[in-house]
Write a protein that binds this ligand. Structure first.
Ligand code: DGL
Length: 275
């Protein structure tokens, strides 16, 4: 048994897609979530800034005793994880590899679509991951920069005409390409899954990278003692708005209470977190 917590972070609400799955698969775990709501979005920022934010997010999480960190952000996983994971001794799980493994397992026609932030799509991380697993897959990728602000503002329900129009504009080319599998390569995007599914068609597999990363985490962490399950939420701005949408998204009857922290004060990664 290992009663240390699992840390999870993202730029905002998106990483809750991983938390929801962790709650389902590992209900006894102590989870510490950080959403960088004061600095969202990450996806349009430079690599240098994303690496700096990732170091601070990681340093904050490592101020707790952790056994693993789930990087529940496609942008960080694509752009900064390779650098920052070398600086810490706790295992860090990104979303790209688990999502690629699932996509290659699901596709039948070998045509896979990838959507993500500008940073993620420019990095080519998902294409590289897919082609390593199966060089014969055909991919089509598109950045969808308006999705994150829509989600952070609660505009993700079916019937929201603005969200539906944006989905149609971004996904038309991918649908016309005939993909049977679509990687929602940013962890915010599964919140738009109902609208995306209704546009793409029920037969298209939608891959939720946060959920895949959570499922992968379960395969290697030593479990907590039963009865330990609880989640702490921290944000860098507007805990009320985060709490409102978080409860709705996680399906928690009680409103999620998030604590405000000063993320910029967490500069240095503490390395002494070895098992
Ligand atoms: N949810 C994140 C991702 O998976 C970040 C979105 C953003 O902040 O731009 O890419």
């Amino acid at each position: 048994m290992d009663n240390r917590a699992i840390g999870v972070f993202d730029s905002g609400l998106g990483g809750l897609t991983a938390v929801r799955q962790l709650h389902r698969l590992m209900p006894d775990e102590h989870i510490i979530y950080f959403g960088d709501t004061g600095r969202v979005p990450y996806g349009s920022r430079s690599r240098r800034t994303i690496v700096e934010y990732t170091r601070q997010d990681t340093a904050f999480l490592l101020s707790h005793a952790l056994k693993a960190i789930v990087v529940a952000c496609g942008t960080v996983s694509s752009v900064a994880l390779g650098t920052v994971q070398q600086e810490v001794s706790v295992p860090m799980v990104g979303v790209v590899q688990p999502a690629c493994r699932r996509a290659v397992r699901e596709t039948r026609n070998r045509k896979i679509g990838i959507i993500g932030t500008k940073g993620t799509i420019q990095s080519g991380s998902y294409e590289a991951g897919l082609h390593t697993l199966d060089p014969s897959v055909q991919t089509i990728a598109r950045a969808c920069p308006l999705f994150v602000p829509l989600v952070e503002n609660g505009r993700f329900r079916i019937g929201d005409r603005v969200a539906e129009m944006v989905v149609e504009e971004y996904l038309k080319e991918i649908r016309d390409f005939g993909v049977d599998t679509l990687i929602l390569g940013c962890t915010h995007y599964p919140l738009l899954a109902d609208i995306i599914r209704s546009y793409m068609g029920e037969e298209v597999h939608l891959i939720d990278p946060g959920a895949e990363a959570a499922a992968y985490t379960k395969t290697f962490v030593e479990p907590c003692q039963p009865g330990n399950g609880r989640t702490e939420y921290y944000v860098s701005d507007d805990p009320d708005s985060f709490g409102q949408y978080a409860s709705m998204f996680l399906g928690e009857p009680k409103r999620v209470q998030a604590e405000l922290i000063d993320i910029a004060s967490y500069g240095t990664i503490q390395k002494g977190n070895k098992r």
